[in-house]
Design a protein around this ligand. Structure first.
Ligand code: FAD
Length: 494
């Protein structure tokens, strides 16, 4: 598109969608950079439609004018998928489509345990609506105040309750989607069973805005637990943590709602950087597990039953020598204080200095082997690095992160030298993940961050099938270009 064509397109867009489209640099800026300022890119304009019809009109307009579309929810994604690509300068500029005004709750059916909401509703808004009806929407992550249901589904978000309730995909029964041509597909089915052909819903979930725009969803709700107890326990290592997981699953079944692993490095970072936190155990331990038990039924004795379930489990674990010490929550304040030790790790690591992150998944049984093997390789090859390992052990999902080995503030040169390790460290870690049958992106998606890296590990046939799906659902290639899949035609890749 030439400059003249570009400004003519802009004039036509402004006049067709006055009041819903922003074109001034100052107005657009907050939408064109991700929340960490890591990715930035230019756009033709920012549009904020307020309903599905407006999304459909905008997409039809983009299709007619050959303008690409970058869908954006809460802009909390961690892989750079929600903002235009920097390389779009000199190419066709995309329209940034912000869905945050599309945030109505359409229908709650307590007997069907379903909630129909628009894509721009925040996760917290949905949790609150469910709770007010005495029900639970169990997706839970630290960005829940800002991230949107559309973004959660487009990235197939995970979080801390996946062990019990599944990830975003498993919490969604139906979708409403606007196609790149501007057609509306109403797939808002509230059914638990529906075997009527290819599952389009599952194609759009996890597609990171590359196939169409999610405008509404049917979400599954669950009974609200009557009581919850959390425990922080000391374990000698990931092997012991895995033994505890097996024991906990055997003894507590579906009552086990979270099982998180963290190293003492993580604990120390939180204690150092997050005011008001304290280690609830007398002695430091090399590793810890934070586990949560939820019970249902009569509210009267629920707290006692939850505590009893946890105490019985930990007593058995201590007898078997799996756990060396434990602290249990008996009040809401203690419950929140124990969870804060886990939930503040990312923030504490950021406060410590630059970070290199890996969001990886492994077969749960192979997590201890992965940590032992990869820690040894990283230690040998990158002595400048300190491992900051934590994650959702119950899901086989680790945040296998790195900070500089040197503590204290770094000067610009030292910071740049550490960040220069990102490529080689990613390669070492991802090769180790791949060798154990794992995934290089467990819950954060590919976006631009892991797009090319993922293509490196996928079989050519899998990539070709994905490319064909993209070509079938977005033949003009207008939806979130250069995200998730490499742009190079796969037929020409070595
Ligand atoms: P955005 O960031 O706006 O977009 C993400 C992707 O989805 C982009 O590719 C975008 O194009 C696409 N998209 C957004 N909305 C739509 C739509 N309506 N239709 C089509 N495509 C769309 N993630 C986890 O999985 N687990 C965690 O525990 C977790 N913890 C986090 C903690 C913090 C502090 C932060 C900042 C992030 C965390 N995340 C986590 C990542 C992030 O919150 C999730 O990926 C979230 O699902 C993104 O939602 P969003 O609305 O912000 O989407």
């Amino acid at each position: 598109m030439t400059n003249n064509e570009g400004s003519a397109t802009l004039v036509s867009l402004r006049s067709a969608y006055a009041g819903r489209v922003w074109t001034e640099p100052g107005e657009m800026a907050p939408f064109l950079s991700d929340w960490r300022g890591k990715w930035k890119g230019p756009a033709l304009a920012v549009a904020q439609p307020a309903n599905t019809d407006e999304v459909a009109q905008l997409l039809a307009w983009c299709h007619a004018h050959g303008v690409a579309v970058v869908p954006q929810g809460g802009n909390t994604g961690l892989s750079g998928g929600s903002v235009p690509e920097a390389g779009s300068v000199g190419r066709r500029l995309p329209l940034l489509l912000s869905l945050t005004r599309l945030n109505r709750v359409r229908h709650l059916d307590p007997l069907n345990n379903t909630l129909v909401v628009e894509a721009g509703a925040t996760l917290q808004q949905v949790q609150d609506v469910a709770r007010e009806a005495g029900l639970l929407f169990p997706l839970s992550l630290a960005a829940e105040g800002s991230c949107t249901i559309g973004g959660n589904l487009a990235t197939n978000a995970g979080g801390v309750q996946v062990l019990r309730y599944g990830n975003a995909r498993e919490l969604c029964l139906g979708l409403e989607v606007v196609t790149p041509e501007g057609e509306v597909w109403n797939g808002l089915r509230t059914l638990r069973k529906d075997n009527t052909g290819y599952d389009l819903r599952d194609l759009y979930i996890g597609s990171e805005g590359t196939l169409g725009v999610i405008t509404a969803a049917v979400l599954k709700l669950f009974p609200l637990p009557a009581a919850q107890v959390v425990a922080l326990v000391a374990v000698q290592g990931p092997d012991a943590a895995l033994q505890l997981l097996t024991l906990a699953q055997q003894r507590t079944g579906a009552s086990l709602t979270a099982f998180e692993l963290l190293s003492d490095t993580c604990m120390s970072l939180v204690l150092h950087h997050v005011p008001g936190t304290r280690r609830p155990l007398a002695e430091a331990s090399p590793w810890y597990v934070l586990l949560e038990v939820s019970v249902h039924g009569d509210k009267e004795d629920a707290q006692i039953r939850a505590a009893q379930t946890m105490e019985d489990l930990l007593e058995a674990a201590m007898e078997q020598g799996v756990v060396t010490d434990a602290a249990l929550s008996t009040t809401l304040a203690q419950f929140e204080a124990l969870w804060a030790l886990r939930e503040n790790i990312s923030e504490a690591q950021g406060a410590e200095g630059p970070t290199i992150k890996h969001d990886i998944a492994l077969p749960i049984s192979r997590v201890p082997e992965f940590i032992a093997r990869t820690d040894a390789m990283v230690g040998a090859a990158f002595p400048q690095v300190r491992q900051v390992t934590f994650g959702h052990l119950g899901d086989g999902n680790l945040h296998y992160n790195a900070s500089p080995a040197a503590t204290g503030p770094l000067d610009a040169a030292a910071k740049a030298a550490f960040l220069a390790l990102e490529g080689p460290l990613n390669r070492l870690v991802h090769d180790a993940v791949h060798a154990l049958g794992g995934s290089i992106s467990a819950e954060h998606g590919l976006g631009v961050l892991r797009r090319d890296e993922s293509a490196r590990y996928k079989a050519p046939v899998e990539l070709r099938l994905m490319q064909r799906i993209k070509a079938a659902l977005d033949p003009a290639g207008l939806m979130n270009p250069a995200k998730l899949l490499p742009e190079t035609p796969l037929a020409h890749r070595p």
